[in-house]
Structures are given as structure tokens and as C-alpha cells.
Design a protein around this ligand. Structure first.
Ligand code: ADP
Ligand code: MG
Length: 378
């Protein structure tokens, strides 16, 4: 177990800056998630911690010791990659035992047996028949990935790094393994940094998340903070399925009431009183409004004049729900509806937004301004 600190790390590959003046302070025993799009610098950050890559600038501390000049094998860091490689000719037992039999560790066979039994139990594989003697070819993809994790855990590393360990699994297995990982987590008992570009994985596993982009951290916080108070539109778009709707609006202040005109409609959008107060003092009139698909109510009948009018542009069942894309004056809004919903293309549809959950961004900078009930997310 150890605290991990990165101080002003910069890692360049020739002219390309992969990690840009990055600082992070990860707590002892924390399950920390690095989340962001491809090319953000996530893998490079892990490699710097593991000692596989050397930064041009900055300090790496593990348990308050500066490790910049310490060889990877002496850092006691374990790393699982997306493309796990088990030795195909070795049994599960021998695969997991491998690091313990290495020159560095040289554990005796009694120790190894006890350690492997413990790991197999942590991985919830102890009920798989003949598990110890199986070869990798006799395992499912999910089981193979668990053995790869086991091989890293068995060393009882101070730091456990996982680079998109589930990325290559199919959606169903990924979902299952996410649940399994969640259960294993408390038994890891080690500081873990987990890299993913899947927001569901990030949200369900993380104690804290760092959203990375262009070698830097956009936002650091809990799953709830990312989802309810994203620091900018970039982060807002990363969390949630379907992607949050963000559209421009014009702030209008009349008789002390603040409302927003948007989507070419005469229907004003009225923020909650607390959000109105914050918008008044924000100093900009171009406001980008963020509304998630679950916060759009819709009806195929026009009930009154307070709805926005649009037409069905696309209809997409995605298993447990359907995504209806509605064209409102040329802007496409995604709505999450129950999977019993049916809709015809081009059919008129009338929308109302749950403004209590709307997010407001500065239209010029895309920076977050406010939302209703913001205090509870601080
Ligand atoms: P991520 O894991 O978030 O997808 P990486 O850390 O792999 O991102 O890469 C960050 C940036 O650094 C990318 O632009 C990538 O192309 C570049 N990069 C990574 N590794 C190398 C390398 N060995 N040589 C040159 N450029 C690299
Ligand atoms: Mg990567």
C-alpha cells in the first residue's frame, strides 16, 4: 500500500507532448481511475509510474520516496495491460506462480501455493473445476483476464496499474467483469490506478476519477461530481449515454426573471431560482444549455403551448431503452425513453425539459457556470 504522487510530470516523445505538466496525489489504498479519450496520455502516465518510461520533467513519489531513478522491478509496481499475455504452455497455477519464482522474489513452493489459493479466491475462480491445471486455451476470455490480474496481484504489489483490462472483451462480458472487479476491489488492498475510456467502468469502480485530455487533467473528483457538475462541456459529453444534449441559448432578463431562448422556439426555458441568480451574475448572455436524454419529457400529442415542437429524426432501440433523436428547428436532441416506446420517423413530437437537472455553460468558453441545487454536489 502506498500513496502515489506525481509532481509536474512532462513526458515527450520527440516533439509530441504525451503528458503535460501533470500533477496527481493518489491516496494510500485508493482505487483511482484515469479516464479519457484515446491519445489523452493515460497509458504514458501509467508507464511513467511503472518506470517503463522516463519523464523529461517532474517527480514521481511512491510512498513519499522519490522513485525517478529506481528501476521498474524495484518499484514493486504491477501492471496489467489490455493485451494480457499468459504463457500458453503453462497451467494457470504456473502462470500465476511465475513472478514469485523469478530471480527477484524466489519464494518457496509452500508460500507460492498459499498465495495462489488466496488470489484464486479473490478472483472468484476457486469454484472452476480443475482451475489450477488448466491451460490458457481451456479458459474463457474473462477467465484468462482474471488469471492475468491474478499474476499481478500475487506479488502483493505496492501499486497496481491496470490499463484498460476489459477493453477487448465483448460488451456483455465487460459488464459482467465490471461487476466482478467491483467485488474484488476491497480484497485488492493496494493502491490501484485503473485506466479506461468507458465512462460506466470509470463511474462504477472509482473512488475518484481524473478526466484526462491532451496530457492534462480536465477535472478531478468523484463520479457524482463528473456527472452532475462537469467542469466544462468536454467532461459533460464524456459521462452519460446517450451523450448529453448541449445547445446554445440567449439569456433574457425581464422583470427580474431570467429565461433562455433557444432552438428557434417562442417557449422560454426557465431555470430554477438559484440557477437564475447565478446566471445573472455570470456576465455572459450566450449560454450553452446541457440537458440529458433522461431529462426530456415527450409526448406525441400537443397538450399546451409550453412544449417545444419537433419531429422524430431517428429511433434506435439499445436494449434496456430506446434513443429517440428529435429534430427541433435543425438541432438534434437525443431522448432516452422506455423500450416500450414506438415512434414513426418525421412524426411530430412535443418536448419539455426537466430544468432542475439542466447544466449551464458559458457559450464562449464552454466552461461550467451553474446548475440547480449546486451546493449538494460540492
Ligand atoms: P492513451 O493511453 O490515453 O490513449 P497514450 O499515453 O498512449 O494515450 O498516448 C498519448 C500521446 O502520446 C498520443 O498522442 C500518442 O500517439 C503519443 N505516444 C504514445 N506513445 C508513443 C511512442 N512510443 N512514440 C511516440 N508517440 C507516442
Ligand atoms: Mg492507452
Amino acid at each position: 500500500m502506498a500513496r502515489i504522487q506525481l509532481e509536474n510530470i512532462t513526458k515527450k516523445y520527440k516533439e509530441k507532448i504525451a503528458v503535460n505538466n501533470l500533477s496527481l496525489d493518489i491516496q494510500d489504498n485508493e482505487f483511482f481511475v484515469l479516464f479519457g479519450p484515446a491519445g489523452a496520455g493515460k497509458t504514458t502516465t501509467l508507464k511513467v509510474i511503472a518506470g517503463i518510461e522516463f519523464p523529461q520533467e517532474g517527480l514521481i513519489k511512491i510512498g513519499s520516496e522519490i522513485v525517478n531513478l529506481i528501476e521498474p522491478m524495484h518499484r514493486n509496481v504491477s501492471m496489467v495491460f489490455e493485451n494480457y499475455a499468459l504463457y500458453p504452455h503453462l497451467s494457470v497455477f504456473d502462470n500465476i506462480a511465475f513472478p514469485l519464482r523469478s530471480k527477484l522474489h524466489r519464494k518457496d513452493e509452500d508460500y507460492i501455493k498459499t498465495a495462489i489459493e488466496k488470489v484464486i479466491k479473490t478472483l472468484n475462480m476457486h469454484k472452476v473445476e480443475g482451475i489450477y491445471q488448466r491451460k490458457p486455451s481451456q479458459l474463457s476470455n474473462g477467465q484468462r483476464q482474471r488469471v492475468a490480474i491474478g499474476r499481478c496481484l500475487v506479488r502483493e504489489p505496492t501499486v497496481f496499474l491496470m490499463d484498460e483490462p476489459l477493453a477487448h472483451l465483448d460488451a456483455k462480458l465487460r459488464h459482467f467483469m465490471r461487476g466482478e472487479l467491483k467485488e474484488m476491489q476491497s480484497a485488492f488492498n493496494t493502491t490501484t490506478i485503473y485506466v479506461t475510456h468507458d465512462f460506466m467502468e470509470a463511474m462504477s469502480l472509482a473512488d475518484r476519477i481524473a478526466v484526462m485530455n491532451n496530457g492534462q487533467i480536465e477535472q478531478l473528483g468523484t463520479s457524482e461530481q463528473m456527472y452532475y457538475t462537469p467542469i466544462n462541456e468536454f467532461v459533460a459529453r464524456l459521462f452519460g449515454e446517450p451523450e448529453i444534449n448541449i445547445f446554445p441559448s440567449e439569456l433574457v432578463s425581464e422583470n427580474g426573471v431570467v429565461s433562455l431562448r433557444a432552438l428557434g422556439q417562442n417557449v422560454p426555458l426557465v431555470p430554477g431560482a438559484d440557477a437564475q441568480a447565478a446566471l445573472k451574475t455570470a456576465g455572459c448572455t450566450q449560454i450553452d444549455v446541457g440537458i440529458r436524454g433522461i431529462d426530456v419529457m415527450f409526448s406525441f400529442d400537443k397538450k399546451d403551448d409550453s412544449s417545444l415542437a419537433g419531429t422524430v429524426f431517428a429511433f434506435e432501440p439499445i436494449g434496456n431503452k430506446v434513443i429517440i433523436t428529435v429534430d427541433v428547428a435543425g438541432t438534434h436532441l437525443r431522448i432516452a425513453a422506455s423500450n416500450s416506446t414506438t415512434a414513426r420517423l418525421d412524426e411530430p413530437v412535443y418536448l419539455k425539459f426537466n430544468m432542475k437537472n439542466a447544466l449551464y455553460f458559458n457559450g464562449a468558453t464552454q466552461a461550467f457556470i451553474t446548475r440547480s441545487g449546486i451546493e449538494q454536489y460540492r
